[in-house]
Design a protein around this ligand. Structure first.
Ligand code: URA
Length: 425
């Protein structure tokens, strides 16, 4: 006989009572055993959307999610281990740069990543545009690469926080994704189970992010930092702007090429700035006070990138795929680029073939957008604002349509907004 019933747990949450640790643990475990029905868990999730969770409930919920699978043991890495997570943005190739950069300075980076859905790309999709590269690694190879190279980006398997996958499948179809406690526990359960000593979170804020405003982003950041601390994983969160895309390339191979430019000491200023800010925090979490910038200029980070790619079957010297069709979107007038909507640019890249609408879809590694001007720049009529890359002229037309209204050119420059908005620790 169990001490609880699903109906009582749902009713308690619906009426605003605090669930006990035992109730939280029971309901999650019973759901995974198939004893709590999907419609009951859906009702509970909707009650959480409305009522929220206390810090205690959320900590118990996250602990139960972590306990639903295994927690990786990375103690064999031989150096401090710091993981990184981004809430997802347009042109966000920061992980590709910071994993080898931070590893080059003595902090190991074990990153488990996913694929993209909708207008934001996934890190695995990006890396898979490198000929031969594979994200599926056995546990032994993952740990071996972490020890020998210091950086590994692999696909998240089924064994970490399986409760998250089961809950997310329900949330996706019951309009219960948008809840700070549910998002925070979803992200942090996977990060805690990932086994790092510390985690740097990059929460994107703005038009191209799933959080458009600063205040909810702050609340998510504080909630995740607290959950990390509760689990003994030091966690710092940067809130960074996603009003405009990050860098110039949006699309899988285009983003890899741009990440390599940064690793070679060049690349767009905005991307470099966010990469360096994230790398500094990761190094500090790993107890390293070195400035990461020289490791970009002198090739140390690039060398780790090459070893990281090669260790996963990729050829770092192979040409990346290119699209057979391109089209240019020109500036209609002289002026200052005062708006460059990240959501519209991300949607254009998706329509061009860089993203997927359903989990089963394949992505086109070569498709995407290369911006000809950055937010805040002065442009002249006829100058390329964007070059679209696709496998067909039909796709190009779809991408062009998605870009309509994405930018605004004004007679005077707009006040510049910082890229790194806040730090929560
Ligand atoms: N990303 C996650 O991993 N989980 C959520 O719930 C939302 C975004």
């Amino acid at each position: 006989m169990t001490a609880f019933t699903a109906v009582d747990v749902i009713r308690s949450k619906r009426d605003g009572s605090e669930l006990s640790d035992a109730q939280v643990r029971w309901v999650l475990e019973a759901y995974l055993r198939g004893e709590v029905a999907p419609e009951q868990m859906s009702a509970l999730l909707m009650a959480v959307v409305w009522r929220g969770m206390t810090a205690r409930e959320l900590s118990a919920w996250t602990t139960a999610m972590v306990a639903s699978g295994e927690r990786m043991d990375l103690s064999g890495a031989g150096r401090p281990v710091v993981d990184k997570h981004s809430s997802g943005g347009v042109g966000d190739k920061v992980s590709l740069v910071v994993a080898p950069l931070v590893a080059a300075l003595g902090v190991a980076v074990p990153k488990l990543s996913g694929r993209g859905l909708g207008h934001t790309g996934g890190t695995l999709d990006k890396l898979e545009s490198i000929p031969g590269w594979r994200g599926e690694l056995t546990r032994e190879r993952f740990l071996g690469q972490l020890r020998e190279v210091g950086a590994v980006i692999g696909s998240a398997g089924e064994s970490l926080a399986p409760a998250d996958k089961a809950l997310y499948a329900l949330r996706d179809v019951t309009a219960t994704v948008e809840s700070i406690p549910l998002i925070a526990s979803s992200i942090m359960s996977k990060k805690i189970a990932g086994g790092a000593d510390a985690v740097l979170l990059d929460v994107k804020v703005g038009a191209g992010a799933f959080l458009k405003e600063l205040e909810p982003a702050r609340e998510l950041a504080r909630t995740m930092v607290r959950l990390g601390a509760d689990a003994g994983v030091r966690t710092v969160c940067l809130l960074t702007s996603m009003e405009a895309p990050l860098g110039r390339g949006i699309g899988n191979a285009l983003e890899v090429a741009e990440a390599v430019e940064v690793l070679q000491g060049g690349g767009p200023d905005d991307l470099r700035e966010v990469c360096l800010a994230v790398a500094r925090e990761m190094l500090a979490l790993g107890g390293v006070s070195d400035d990461p910038e020289p490791a970009l200029a002198d090739g140390r980070a690039l060398e780790v990138w090459r070893r990281m790619v090669a260790a996963q079957g990729g050829d770092p010297d192979a040409p990346l795929p290119t699209a057979p069709h391109t089209a240019v979107v020109e500036a209609p007038r002289d002026g200052w680029l005062v708006r460059l909507d990240a959501l519209a640019v991300g949607t254009a890249a998706w329509r061009l073939g860089a993203g997927r609408a359903r989990k089963e879809d394949a992505v086109d590694p070569a498709a995407g957008v290369v911006l000809g001007a950055a937010l805040g720049e002065q442009v002249t009529a006829g100058q390329p604002l964007a070059t679209l890359h696709a496998s067909s002229t039909d796709r190009l037309a779809q991408g062009r349509a998605a870009l309509e209204g994405a930018y605004e050119i004004a007679d005077a420059p707009a006040a510049s907004v910082p890229l790194v908005l806040e730090k929560v620790s």
